[in-house]
Design a binder for this molecule. Structure first.
Ligand SMILES: C[S@@+](CC[C@H](N)C(=O)[O-])C[C@H]1O[C@@H](n2cnc3c(N)ncnc32)[C@H](O)[C@@H]1O
Length: 289
């Protein structure tokens, strides 16, 4: 299908269009399409409607990997009838996929009604609007996310999130976004008093080990149509329906790819003995979870 600079529209087998990065050789939502994936992985799994209905004050969502804004727009559209205040904080090191997608809004189909807001967002890196019962304050941090987390100093940080949409390219293509230092820094951004959950599409042992070592509780995530199982992490077990258990831990110790990436280079290795010991002491496995 049509190509513009670094991005291309691709038509999936079900007829839905998605964006593909030519430079990264990755399609953003490669099987069921942008909206169906975002609904299953984020809206439903995070129980966003329920959480928003019971929430008072601003509800903060971090959108890591803004890309073509399918995740963020699906979340906004799914909750627009709920009286709520959403602060959406998007991160990406480029705005180009969003510009490209907006030029192909008709084919992609998920921009309906948000086009003007997004034009302003692209120009100003912020847009504030009211839509239905919902008010939205949406800001953009342009730059390398791991570096931002490393250097982010108090005072300039956005409010800590209640939910994180984590959608980087795959670890093999984009290892810098899947390292233990990154998730450790991300966990430190959370407010321990503010329950926060973060689903992501991978179910790999290495990712789950990384999240546990970073401090998160980790559970089995919903199927998305693309994957029969995903992963959800949170700073409280209350937001995890099916926490990883001792059987998972035993399997992880036998896996040939479980040792976290310590730097931005993709590698596969079994758990080091010292890592396995740290995992066994994680509070998740002390509570019978
Ligand atoms: C799979 S795409 C995200 C798709 C997007 N969530 C959507 O709904 O359209 C991954 C995104 O991560 C961004 N990304 C990759 N490495 C990054 C980095 N080091 N810092 C910030 N963003 C990064 C890419 O530019 C890309 O837009």
């Amino acid at each position: 299908m049509q190509a513009d600079s670094a991005y291309q529209l691709v038509r999936l087998n079900n007829g839905i269009c998605s964006v593909r990065s030519l430079a990264d050789a990755e399609t953003f939502h490669p099987v069921v399409g942008p909206v169906a994936e975002a609904e299953a992985l984020y809206v439903n799994q995070l129980k966003l409607r329920e959480r928003l209905k019971n929430h008072t004050g601003e509800f903060v969502i971090w959108d890591v990997g803004l890309g073509a804004a399918a995740n963020s727009l699906t979340v906004l559209r799914a909750t627009r009838d709920i009286e709520c205040q959403i602060r959406l904080v998007s991160f990406d090191h480029t705005i180009e996929p969003l510009k490209f997608a907006l030029q192909h809004a008709n084919e992609l189909g998920y921009f309906g009604g948000y086009e003007n807001h997004l034009q302003k967002f692209i120009c100003d890196q912020r847009v504030i609007f009211r839509d239905g019962a919902q008010s939205v304050n949406w800001g953009f941090h342009l730059g390398d996310f791991p570096t931002w987390l490393d250097t982010n100093n108090a005072g300039r940080a956005p409010a800590p999130p209640h939910a994180i949409l984590f959608d980087a390219y795959s670890p093999a293509r984009n290892p810098a976004m899947w390292t233990l230092p990154l998730f450790t820094n991300l966990f430190q951004q959370l407010d321990p008093q503010r329950p926060c959950a973060m689903p992501t599409y991978s179910r790999s042992t290495i990712l789950r080990v990384t999240l546990l070592l970073a401090g998160f509780f980790v559970g089995v995530g919903h199927a998305t149509g693309e994957k029969e199982e995903t992963t959800i992490a949170a700073n409280t077990l209350d937001l995890i329906a099916e926490p990883l258990d001792a059987r998972w831990l035993a399997r992880a110790t036998r896996s040939d790819s479980a040792e976290p990436l310590r730097e931005a280079v993709y590698s596969r290795a079994p758990l080091a003995l010292v890592t396995a010991d740290i995992l066994r002491r994680h509070p998740q496995f002390q509570t019978g979870g």
